[in-house]
Design a protein around this ligand. Structure first.
Ligand SMILES: Cc1cc2nc3c(=O)[nH]c(=O)nc-3n(C[C@H](O)[C@H](O)[C@H](O)COP(=O)(O)OP(=O)(O)OC[C@H]3O[C@@H](n4cnc5c(N)ncnc54)[C@H](O)[C@@H]3O)c2cc1C
Length: 386
């Protein structure tokens, strides 16, 4: 790129890719830099679910609903490129107490525009024939969908490049250029790049990037494992998970939490999650966590007992203490913008994040208010951060 970019995006994950695509579409000259390769961070570590079902009414659900619209409409023509699958989600309750909590969750979600169908125990087999018969109730969410995250990142960046953006991999940002308080570009190992604005889309490393500008952003890694089975005949039709998962997502506990999340793939493998723990960037395989995931999956789908696991992998959700992403300009360092901290929902929320940022960067009114996502909100808040 010969001319000075209007925007340097740091991070070629799904959030950086969606932001680059929509900013380019809005007419900005965009340069994306990543110290690794495309989708080399957390974006290659998740199942790629676009969920509304696991979100309670509030700003994250509003962003999820906006993102749903954008994945389906504005980006709908490209859906086949990233294997967009309208599979739907099913939450199940194993106890009367969980069933009551689930009814409360669906009522609140419906009031916010989510389609959630309450299911009695007798209706569950119509949706999932191999589910345990011991479950008390469930809920069906037709809006829940899935895509292949690495393909989404690669194609969004390709589409942005076709419209004039540039992508440089193997380019680490080591500092930010300053003119007084103002951030005016990035320092990389290959030289300085001046830019109109700089976007921190560094996922779980977003806090480290913010520190380069001398501002605090409490983004921490929250580790999760995924267990992958051998290919099976069709066993799981939707994304299926226990009602307790919603509580685990919202928890700020650093200790290990596991709740069963199970789904089939086109190739026949079954993906089993979900674990959450804050142990820094430790990639050591944990048989203890994998055993817990397998045991809990069998409580939902007893026929998985005896099935062999092919492999397991882990990744680091970019966690913020209030479980909301950071999206928007940083008043503490003018010129610096953030799009990070999307925790376990960044694939789904990337579309809305990129869309809103493009509106804000070009001075338009944003479809959703950015106040709940403001970067400076942690300065005065009492949070669960450690
Ligand atoms: C087990 C697991 C399952 C998940 N399942 C789902 C799911 O089903 N649905 C969903 O929506 N989300 C899911 N997530 C969460 C989702 O993966 C993340 O929220 C999302 O990938 C974050 O994307 P990102 O672009 O912000 O970060 P990343 O993909 O991590 O990208 C950040 C990039 O910044 C680069 N970078 C960092 N520092 C620098 C620097 N100094 N210079 C240059 N480059 C730098 C990194 O190399 C990296 O490529 C899951 C996560 C895990 C761990």
């Amino acid at each position: 790129m010969r001319a000075r970019p209007d925007l340097v995006v740091i991070g070629a994950g799904v959030v950086g890719a969606a932001s680059a695509y929509f900013a380019t579409l809005a007419g900005l000259r965009v340069l994306v830099v990543d110290r690794g390769h495309i989708a080399g961070g957390t974006s290659s570590r998740g199942e790629g679910n676009l969920l509304v079902s696991d979100k309670e009414a509030g700003p994250e659900l509003d962003l999820a609903l906006l993102s749903q619209r954008i994945w389906r409409e504005e980006l709908g023509e490209f859906g086949r490129l990233w294997e967009f699958d309208d599979k739907g989600g099913v939450i199940v309750a194993a106890t009367q107490a969980s069933a009551e909590a689930l009814t409360g969750l669906t009522a609140g979600q419906r009031a916010s525009g989510v389609t959630a169908v309450d299911l009695g125990a007798a209706e569950l087999p119509e949706y999932e024939p191999y589910l345990s018969r011991a479950l008390v109730s469930g809920a069906y969410y037709p809006q829940d969908a899935q895509l292949q995250p690495m393909l989404a990142v690669a194609h969004l960046l390709r589409l942005a490049r076709q419209r004039g953006a540039e992508v440089r991999t193997g380019t680490e940002v080591t500092g930010l250029l300053r003119d007084g308080e103002r951030v005016t570009g990035v320092r990389t190992r290959d030289g300085d790049v001046a830019a109109g604005a700089v976007l921190n889309a560094a996922g779980p490393w977003g806090g480290e990037l913010a520190a380069l500008a001398g501002v605090r952003l409490p983004v921490l890694p929250r580790r999760g494992f995924v267990l992958v089975t051998e290919p099976l005949p069709p066993t799981v039709r939707h994304k299926v998970y226990a009602a307790e998962y919603v509580g685990d997502v919202a928890s700020s506990d650093a200790a290990l939490q596991t709740s069963p999340v199970v789904e089939g793939t086109e190739s026949g493998t079954v993906l089993i999650g979900a674990s959450r723990e804050r142990v820094g960037f430790d990639t050591t395989l944990s048989p203890r966590v994998l055993r817990a995931l397998a045991a809990k999956a069998i409580t939902l789908f007893p026929s998985l007992a005896g099935v062999r696991a092919l492999r397991a992998y882990c990744g680091f959700r970019p966690y913020c203490p209030d479980h909301l992403p950071v999206i928007g300009p940083d008043p503490r360092a003018p010129g610096l913008w953030h799009a990070c901290g999307h925790e376990g929902a960044g694939i789904g929320l990337a579309a809305g994040t990129g869309w809103l940022l493009a509106q804000a960067l070009t001075g338009r009114t944003t479809d959703l208010g950015l106040a709940p996502f403001a970067p400076e909100r942690f300065d005065s808040a009492i949070t669960g951060e450690e």
